[in-house]
Design a protein around this ligand. Structure first.
Ligand code: URA
Length: 246
């Protein structure tokens, strides 16, 4: 038996706080009975729980890591029939959703889950979960340019938060460099826009770490289940980063 607001949040209905409001507003029923008390518990596997008359699922929770190839959409379906990340999850029958998104042309570590609360925890802007990328860029940026990225740079939608930036590889023959960059936000096309702002456009972008969780050694296009410890570490880092940045 679990508290109703926890069951609802885990089913992806809304944040736990919003679910509490929904319970108090009388929108939630368990086995046909309206429940408005916050202490109420239910069994997600056995009870019929509805929100606004719609039944929520009490599925087994899945936590997956995919090494997303480029040229794939971070979405569960695409109306235009292009390749989507769930095409790379053979054997997974449950409906899982990406935790945040990677651009069509970005590759690397993507988490997928059917635990809505876990996904909210990791993507909520106030939780500042670190994400590390290897960005191969045109030209070799000066240290002073990288410092700008480190301190925060002005983009159309405001200044970026401080980031960690270091050289990973320099290829003078090809006139390009690979930079490791860790950001604590998740704005749309953020890394690409940051490098555009210092006039070193991104040629290739790969996410190699989410929180403390590294991508390697998962082959491109393959997925695996996270273990209990990895799930706990991700939860902990989201809570810890939230407290540090409060
Ligand atoms: N930043 C980007 O620019 N693209 C991504 O896919 C992720 C972060």
């Amino acid at each position: 038996m679990e508290r109703l607001q926890k069951i609802l949040a885990q089913a992806g209905v809304a944040s736990r706080r919003k679910c509490e409001e929904m319970i108090q507003a009388g929108l939630v029923e368990v086995n046909g009975e309206k429940v408005t008390e916050l202490g109420a518990k239910a069994d997600p596997a056995a009870d019929v729980i509805t929100v606004n008359g719609k039944r929520i699922r009490g599925e087994k929770k899945l936590y997956l890591m995919l090494n997303k190839p480029k040229g794939v959409i971070t979405s569960a379906t695409d109306p235009q029939g292009r390749k989507v990340v769930t095409d790379f999850l053979p054997g997974i029958k449950e409906r899982v959703y990406p935790v945040g998104r990677l651009d069509y042309d970005t590759e690397g570590l993507l988490l997928l889950t059917n635990d809505g609360e876990f996904a909210n925890l990791l993507t909520h802007p106030s939780h500042h979960v670190p994400k590390t990328y290897l960005a191969t860029v045109r030209g070799v940026p000066h240290g002073t340019s990288l410092e700008k990225l480190q301190k925060g740079i002005k983009l159309e939608d405001g200044m970026t938060a401080p980031a960690e930036v270091e050289y990973h590889d320099i290829d003078t023959e090809k006139n390009q460099a690979t930079i490791s960059i860790t950001i604590y936000e998740g704005r749309n096309r953020q890394v690409r826009r940051m490098f555009d702002a210092i006039h070193h456009p991104v040629i290739r972008l790969k996410r190699v770490r989410f929180g403390e969780l590294p991508l390697s050694p998962l082959p491109r296009g393959k997925y695996r289940h996270l273990n209990e410890e990895e799930i706990k570490e991700l939860r902990d880092i989201a809570m810890k980063s939230h407290n540090i940045h409060k």
